[in-house]
Design a protein. Sequence first.
Length: 114
Amino acid sequence: VQLQASGGGSVQAGESLTLSCAASGSRSSIRAMGWYRQVPGKQRELVASMTRDGRTSYSDSVKGRFSIPRDNVKNTIFLQMTNLKTADTAVYYCYANASAFTFWGQGTLVTVSS
């Protein structure tokens, strides 16, 4: 499974931004996909995830502000981020759980300024 993430950038607090992650390769083996984020010096944090059957979960820090829609035709998941806060500044990584492995996309930087 290969993952191609895109969509990071710089925004002001309160604005919105959408990340995307396109999967290719053995897509039928994917059991779940989602997003982590990481701030330098801190552990990677699970932000949002979606199982193959569409069940979603979110970290408490983003619940109600972020959503993780999916385009099954394009094999792409998104991270729709609204009402962004400076605390959301991080490098965001998409991931996919497939077979017994976890695959990662390249990180994309989101910077939220006040």
